[in-house]
Design a protein around this ligand. Structure first.
Ligand SMILES: Cc1ncc(COP(=O)(O)O)c(C=O)c1O
Length: 397
């Protein structure tokens, strides 16, 4: 760059103040937040080299910032994937994956128990784009084999179903998908890579809402898709064209959450198991759905697929339906009623009046979501104090 006299005018000094790279032989111990919407090239030759992929370089926030890339590399490595792309939300990752990998006339087979947002996107948007969408109960392997007799591009399942906590047989489903020439995508949000790595069971892609356990603090929104580099590259292009990246700060917060993910996941799982056992023994609780309980229909499968715990989420049911739920929620003191999961603060949601509110009662009941069902996401409070809160609230129903 040609030599230039130092600026003396306040307007120029103020505007250019943050642009000078400070020299330092040391590197920061925590990642900086790259809060910029674009990067300046030293000259047009550098732009050509970066555009041709001959030199590394960041260009524009929507294409990806250093905070996105750092998180991508960490999450790919956690999931045992070649590469990953991070997005503004779990839904952004799911949408980019579905739209990047299908064309009108192709078919997607998805679990009837798939996350409600995914289901709405499949039914309302992917179908409108001309993709054929069929739902099948992925707990019924024969039904899945039947559904895959007709060509399908994708088989979509969640490791643990939301909110009923059924465990999907990932190795068997992956074998069925592979034999049918379909790519299996697993939403691993509930299990986290600490407890389950779907790629190791034969899935081709894994997606997460990193808003949940991976971020872990109820303060950031994000998503990720991880898998083979070439497929991830196709999805990355879709993310960029959709404008689905999200900001640097959210990725920074999620990366910070990642530091304690194994510790948080272990503690939440341990507390969740304790609370599930106590809830199951309580006379006011009709049923408890938690893969860690020996009575869970897929407990043996969960023991095989999940390691170091069975996850933070417990579902339980009251015989007294919605009136009992309302009295219980009103009496809670520590546990917060909020439409999310996976954070440090323990939260509780009533699927019948929140995520599944718009469904006809008959369909809700077919999915096992009764008016008395609650979904608890166990956080990091002391488990005995969480139990005290739940127990005293149970006294009010
Ligand atoms: C299993 C699962 N997948 C995806 C999502 C969507 O994530 P986000 O809210 O970050 O878009 C959620 C949100 O609750 C979820 O529970």
């Amino acid at each position: 760059m040609p030599e230039q006299k130092p600026a003396t005018r306040p307007e120029t000094i103020c505007t250019q103040a943050g642009l000078h790279q400070l020299e330092s032989r040391t590197v920061p111990l925590a990642p900086p937040i790259w809060q910029t919407s674009a990067f300046a090239y030293p000259d047009m030759e550098a732009m050509d080299e970066i555009a041709r992929g001959e030199e590394p370089g960041f260009i524009y926030a929507r294409y990806g910032l250093p905070n996105h890339r750092q998180l991508e590399l960490a999450l790919a490595s956690l999931e045992g994937a070649e590469d990953a792309v991070v997005t503004a939300s779990g839904m952004s990752a799911i949408a980019a994956t579905l739209f990047a990998l299908t064309i009108p006339g192709e078919r997607v087979v998805a679990d009837t128990h798939v996350y409600r947002g995914t289901r709405l996107l499949l039914e309302r948007d992917l179908a409108r784009f001309g993709v054929i969408v069929d739902f099948v109960d992925c707990g019924d392997l024969e039904a899945v084999a039947g559904a895959l007799e007709r060509p399908a591009r994708l088989l979509w399942v969640d490791t643990l179903t939301n909110p009923t906590l059924r465990v999907r047989n990932l190795p068997r489903l992956a074998a069925l998908a592979r034999a049918a020439g379909a790519l299996m995508v697993v939403d691993n949000t509930f299990a986290t890579p600490v407890h389950c790595r779907p790629l190791s069971w034969g899935a081709v892609l894994v997606v997460h809402s990193t808003t949940k356990l991976i971020g872990g603090h109820h303060d950031a929104s994000g998503g990720v898709v991880a898998g083979p580099a070439a497929v991830v590259e196709t999805i990355r292009g879709q993310v960029v064209r959709f404008g689905g990246r999200g900001g640097a700060f959210d990725s920074w917060l999620i990366q910070r959450g990642l530091v304690t993910l194994p510790l948080r996941a272990a503690q939440s799982s341990q507390s969740a198991l304790l609370l599930a056992e106590r809830l199951a023994a309580h006379p006011m609780v009709q049923a408890v759905l938690y893969p860690g309980l020996p009575g869970h229909p897929e407990h043996r499968l969960a023991e095989r697929l999940l390691r170091d715990g069975f996850g933070a989420v417990v579902a339980f049911e009251f015989a007294g339906g919605e009136p009992a739920v309302r009295r219980f929620v009103r009496a809670l003191r520590l546990v917060r009623f909020a439409e999310t999961l996976g954070g440090a603060v323990t939260t509780l949601v009533h699927p019948a009046t929140t995520s599944h509110r718009s469904l006809p009662v008959s369909e809700r009941e077919r999915l096992g979501i009764s008016d008395g069902l609650l979904r608890l996401s166990v956080g990091l409070e002391h488990p005995e104090e969480l139990w005290q809160d739940l127990e005293q609230a149970l006294g009010h129903i």
